[in-house]
Design a protein around this ligand. Structure first.
Ligand code: PRP
Length: 179
């Protein structure tokens, strides 16, 4: 285990099983369609690549990057588009793949945006859900793991851009971010 990790929260085996199940659910929902599977960069990349390899339906792949200027407990958070998708989503079914839902701002705004562009449906898959932190009224259609408000890294998630390449989800030692 990495020396900065206090303990492993979700093992590689647990991730493999649950991600497969998430993909099977999405494929069942969109069999006969050719959904646009959109990864929200960067946190989702590892989850995304495992997820799509478990999808046994035709898909179009795309990515977007956004950053939030959330304002603590008030509801005036805003989203800034850093990289938009290339695909014309009008009339298409969308599967959004996200590593974590926290306040809910990112997914609420992204979902609203795709409907505003004429998407036929928007289905949200998340790896992790911090329910206790929600400020906006939105839930994923499928979530892999509910977690407490812990400092998690790995499997795409970072602290100061580090640890994204760990193959498991782990809890960071407080000494690392209290320095
Ligand atoms: C994280 C995460 C979500 C968002 C969730 O992204 O990947 O996009 O925050 O928070 P919310 O529910 O409060 O909106 P981050 O800005 O850390 O970027 P990253 O994915 O590049 O690490």
């Amino acid at each position: 285990m990495h020396p900065d990790i206090e303990r492993v929260l979700i093992t590689e085996g647990e991730l493999r099983e649950k991600v497969k199940e998430a993909a099977e659910m999405a494929a069942a929902r969109y069999r006969g369609s050719n959904p646009v599977v959109i990864g929200i960069l960067k946190g989702s990349i590892v989850f995304y690549s495992d997820f799509i390899r478990n999808l046994d339906i035709p898909v179009t792949l795309d990515f977007m990057a956004v950053s939030s200027y959330g304002s603590g407990s008030s509801s005036s958070g805003q989203l800034r588009m850093k990289k938009d998708v290339d695909t014309d989503v009008k009339g298409r079914d969308i599967v959004i793949v996200e590593d974590i839902i926290d306040s809910g701002l990112t997914l609420m705004e992204v979902k609203k945006m795709f409907y505003a562009r004429g998407a036929n449906s928007v289905y949200i898959v998340t790896l992790l859900n911090k329910r206790g932190r929600r400020e906006y009224d939105i839930e994923p259609d499928y979530n892999c793991f509910d977690i407490e408000n812990e400092f998690v890294v790995g499997y795409g998630l970072d602290y100061n851009e580090r640890y994204r390449n760990l193959p498991y989800v782990g809890i960071l030692k407080p000494s690392v971010y209290q320095k």
